[in-house]
Design a protein around this ligand. Structure first.
Ligand code: B12
Ligand code: SF4
Length: 556
């Protein structure tokens, strides 16, 4: 598909070489809310920067969670890559339409565009959509846009772990982020009903080579980052049950595969343990890791000090409802979570409210369990049917005959409803109203994050400065993520946003470390370097337009 304005302009005014030299590639992380400072770097932005072909100039990165894009920066003929997840799709489409009206090539990617490519082409006026992983496919899309012939869909698929690109941290403004994000593994073997990860990223864990992970962390520590979120789907991909089942089935190949994945996790952690001692990592994993104290001890040594653990529900019925009945419940759950803390790994417990099995008593019971389990942080999210999940499929089917409409949008496309009129809950609960669930959820956030309890929890910090940091962070977390608190009337929203901005600035100072420009890179054996980097290296500067392998990579 051609953009007539671009083609006319570029062919009339420039030679091909001049055009290639003057065009800019923009990568935009859309957001309605700009805070000036962000908690975690949106990793895709810096990975796609690395995937941008050498034939183009360095991309211009725009993170709208910091500042909104300035339309005048986009010129006819430029290429604009936009990432959309469900929550920011509407803003993403607005940015895309704006870019296209200025004569740019518009390409979407990210989880939502992967699930709804036609929507991005239609509502977002895309020239092209990249589905799945962008590490390789983005390079091809850019080259095709430069040639004026983008395809409608590029299937990025699921690339191998050794092909994951290292991010271009040299293009980040370190002043703007509290934590950086580095991915070590993609995919999750589970199949929780509310989660799309196992469907989009697959159930087969794809581990990145640890050398590449460590190199990125060294680059970040040089810049002054010592707090790093490991943006993983599930850091504990092989459980004792998986190993036992493979053994019982006499499946030697499976057992070997699982053992190798597990060994690789330990290898990574050994390498992380050799990094400067002041590093703090944080990841996401299942509660099952509480069974494996050897793993928890390795995490502690590796400075992985915390993990988001999907607890979801505290009753057996609730867990069954979300296909997570392999999680423990009640007192056994509390004990399992305490094991994390005993072995030096703090838990950010994630709970869901609004499950059909929830009753008014569930709210108090949940917060009491969170306190009993000794979780250091907690989040209480409202049940949301995200596309690509089992829950979404079921709901869509129920709605098919007689769809509920909000204006002219069916509720099963809720992300297209303007935020001001978008309902806060989409699936009706059998016994409680949405307002009741929201109010009770809000109360739970307030109870968990009251100053007294935060102060008690801050006892895990070694000194007064870090206790203060802990208290600020707890309040910031509550303010930014307790959705029901931020989204009521506009006056409250404004006040809440101003408060969050101020707190974010204070927290940024607390997280900043003295840059270590002298920190040396590790010398890895050449055969252990990621394959893709070798391909780029071998290709050298002249090998840009041939094929994705040669096009994409830039040696860090
Ligand atoms: C780390 C993470 C977080 C972190 C950090 C977020 C951040 N600032 O980066 C935290 C904990 C803060 C977080 C919060 C939330 N998250 Co989250 N998160 C993740 C996770 C595990 C990894 C994301 C990541 O960095 N991956 C690494 C990068 C490199 O991969 P990627 O983003 O997929 O990008 C690749 C491709 O998608 C593609 N691509 C992406 N963008 C583009 C753009 C273009 C132009 C192209 C060509 C290609 C392309 O190429 C990239 C490289 O291969 C994902 C799970 C997942 N598998 O995606 C969930 C996930 C994205 N999160 C999810 C959700 C629901 C949330 C929350 C709403 C949770 C909540 N209830 O509060 C919040 C929302 C925060 C927000 N406003 O963005 C859902 C999104 C579902 C959906 N349909 O939108 C996911 C998929 C998890 C799930 N359970 O389903 N999250
Ligand atoms: S919620 Fe967590 S454990 Fe469940 S499928 Fe998603 S990533 Fe895996």
């Amino acid at each position: 598909m051609f953009s007539p304005m671009t083609t006319a302009l570029s062919e009339a005014t420039y030679s091909r070489e001049e055009r290639l030299d003057s065009l800019s590639v923009h990568l935009v992380n859309p957001s309605d809310n700009s805070f000036g400072t962000a908690v975690i770097t949106p990793r895709w932005l810096f990975v796609l920067a690395a995937a941008t072909p050498r034939v183009a100039n360095d991309p211009i990165l725009v993170d709208e969670s910091l500042e909104q894009i300035v339309p005048e920066t986009i010129q006819a003929g430029d290429i604009v890559g936009i990432s959309v997840h469900t929550g920011n799709a509407l803003r993403g489409y607005e940015v895309g339409r704006m870019a296209r009206s200025r004569g740019a090539w518009v390409v979407y990617g990210g989880i939502h565009a992967t699930l709804f490519p036609e929507e991005a082409l239609d509502r977002g006026q895309a020239h092209a959509v990249v589905t799945g992983d962008g590490d390789i496919a983005w390079g091809k899309a850019v080259v095709d846009c430069m040639a004026g012939k983008p395809e409608r869909i590029y299937e990025g698929g699921r690339i191998g772990g050794s092909e994951f690109l290292a991010a271009r941290w040299d293009l980040m403004n370190p002043e703007k982020y509290m934590w950086a994000s580095v991915q070590t593994i993609r995919g999750c073997p589970k199949h929780c009903s509310f989660c799309s990860v196992w469907r989009t990223d697959g159930q087969k864990p794809r581990q990145r080579r640890f050398q590449s992970v460590v190199d990125e962390i060294v680059a970040l520590r040089r810049l002054g980052f010592r707090f790093i979120a490991l943006a993983d789907d599930n850091f504990y991909p092989v459980t004792f049950t998986d190993l036992r089942q493979a053994r019982e089935q006499g499946n030697a190949a499976r057992l070997e595969e699982l053992t190798a994945i597990r060994a690789d996790r330990f290898h990574l952690m050994e390498e992380l343990a050799k990094l400067p001692k002041d590093m703090v990592f944080y990841t996401q994993m299942t509660m099952e890791a509480g069974e494996d104290v050897e793993f928890l001890d390795a995490m502690k040594k590796a400075n992985i000090k915390g993990a988001l653990v999907g607890i979801e529900a505290v009753t057996p019925e609730g867990l069954k409802a979300v296909y997570k009945d392999w999680n423990l419940s009640g007192d056994a759950m509390a004990t399992q979570l305490q094991t994390f803390k005993e072995h030096g790994v703090h838990v950010l417990g994630s709970f869901i409210f609004g499950l059909p099995t929830d009753r008014p008593s569930t709210f108090d019971f949940t917060v009491a369990m969170a306190q009993k389990a000794g979780v250091t942080f907690a989040q209480f999210v409202m049940m949301t049917p995200f596309p690509g999940t089992v829950d979404f499929g079921r709901w869509e089917k129920e709605q098919a005959e007689n769809p509920t409409m909000v204006g002219d949008v069916p509720i099963t496309r809720y992300w297209l409803i303007p935020t001001a009129v978008r309902p806060k809950m989409f699936t009706p609960h059998p016994t409680m109203s949405s307002d009741e669930i929201r109010e009770r959820t809000q109360k739970v956030w307030d109870t968990f994050y009251n100053w007294g309890d935060i102060w008690k929890r801050s006892a895990c910090c070694p000194n007064i400065t870090s206790r203060i940091a802990f208290m600020f962070l707890s309040k910031l977390y509550r303010q930014m993520y307790a959705g029901t608190g931020i989204s009521t009337d506009s006056a409250r929203r404004k006040k809440s946003k101003a408060w969050a901005r101020w707190t974010a600035r204070q927290c940024k100072k607390l997280f900043q470390a003295k840059p270590m420009p002298e920190l040396a890179s590790r010398a890895w054996a050449p055969e252990l370097l990621p394959q893709i980097d070798q391909a780029a290296f071998a290709g050298g500067d002249g090998a840009e337009l041939a094929g994705p392998f040669i096009v994409i990579s830039r040696k860090q």
